[in-house]
Design a protein around this ligand. Structure first.
Ligand SMILES: [Zn+2]
Length: 366
């Protein structure tokens, strides 16, 4: 029997999350940008299975179902050109996540995300019915725990938590918000308090902003919980992109979103800094979102290997701090086989006409 998510976190273990699916699968040709819906779970299960496997091999202890935006209202809004139902996607996604999680010591997390219906009608019973329908599939497939992720409005996330709680399974809730708070102006501290009161045992941040910004927001959540004398585990699954100039709308406001983000990609060394900072702040569920590829996840597992006592399978092909370059035939490449080199490198973009910062668009529109 595998230990559950709360058993692991209660014991003080570091749980490594998985990385981003929709962005990675869009780049590979299986997801359409703008829609960002996960029909690939049905249409191209081999593609989804492979990326699950790569995250597992990189050290992920959680495999999230590929169910982002798989609510019926969202699929309909995206034209539902394939006629594949949310139910079919969620079923297929559960099978794939379970198959791969069982190849290692990973748990399956069923995920729900924000709904278009919330913005259109804000009808509590209708929105809750959407989450319930997704939950029924997760319960039937016996996922290990549930994640409420990518919510801009804490009020909608509370509803999702309340519905998912009825299953009796552990619930994690992550908002895609900045240190300024949610889209309605609720501070991160208050958001955390509301999510815990709604029944989440794990709270934090995912997507929209770069790792160190997300860690800062989680820290504010932690302080809010402490002030309210509430306890919860902390989680963070940030972008794998640099977003220093972004405001509260995050990477959506960058002109490079979503087709020219490459020059913003974080390196494995950036990820080690992020893992260390997240750990220092007290976050113990540390993973990634959009832009996080398997080698980024491996970097988290490698940075925290001293605390955890083991390395992931993918580290068989990777030595810490470039050590394997010692065998390189060129002496000036061999000279890079050292921590100081990679830790201090400022990677060039190779694009002489590019600015280092963009001007974010749309800071106020929702
Ligand atoms: Zn994301």
């Amino acid at each position: 029997m595998k230990k559950g998510i709360l058993e692991r976190l209660d014991a003080g273990e570091v749980v490594i999350g998985d990385g981003g699916y929709v962005i990675a699968l869009e780049r590979r040709g299986y997801v359409k940008a703008g829609h960002w819906t996960p029909e690939a779970a049905v249409e191209h299960p081999e593609a989804v299975r492979q990326i699950h496997r790569e995250f597992l091999r990189a050290g992920a202890n959680v495999i999230q179902t590929f169910t982002f935006y798989s609510s019926d209202d969202k699929l309909e809004l995206s034209g539902n050109v394939t006629n594949i139902t949310g139910q079919q996607i969620n079923e297929a996604a559960c099978d794939l996540a379970r198959e791969v999680a069982n190849e290692g010591n990973a748990l399956v997390a069923g995920g729900v995300s924000q709904t278009p219906l919330y913005k259109d009608s804000s009808s509590e019973s209708e929105v809750k019915a959407i989450f319930k329908k997704q939950l029924d599939v997760f319960v039937k497939n016996n996922v290990d725990f549930l994640i409420v992720e990518y919510f801009e409005h804490v009020a909608e996330a509370e509803w999702a938590v309340q519905v998912l709680k009825t299953s009796g399974k552990p619930v994690a809730a992550t908002l895609c918000i900045s240190p300024e708070g949610d889209i309605d102006g609720v501070s991160p501290g208050d958001c955390a308090v509301r999510l815990v009161k709604a029944g989440a045992q794990i709270v934090g941040i995912n997507c929209h902003l770069d790792p160190l910004t997300c860690v800062r927001t989680v820290k504010l959540m932690k302080e809010g919980l402490e002030a309210a004398k509430l306890k919860a585990h902390l989680m963070v699954q940030p972008l794998g992109f640099h977003t220093p100039e972004c405001n509260h709308t995050g990477y959506l406001s960058l002109p490079e979103f979503p087709f020219a983000l490459e020059s913003r990609a974080m390196t494995r060394w950036d990820m080690q800094k992020y893992a260390r900072e997240a750990y220092r702040v007290g976050i113990r569920y540390i993973g990634g979102c959009c832009g996080f590829e398997p080698y980024h996840i491996r970097a988290l597992a490698e940075e925290l290997a001293p605390e955890r006592g083991f390395l992931p399978p993918a580290s068989d092909k990777h030595d810490m701090w470039g050590k394997s370059l010692e065998l390189h035939s060129k002496p000036w490449v061999r000279a890079r086989a050292q921590r100081g080199f990679w830790e201090n490198l400022l990677p060039a973009s190779g694009r002489p006409k590019c600015p280092s910062m963009a001007t974010p668009e749309d800071s106020t529109a929702t």
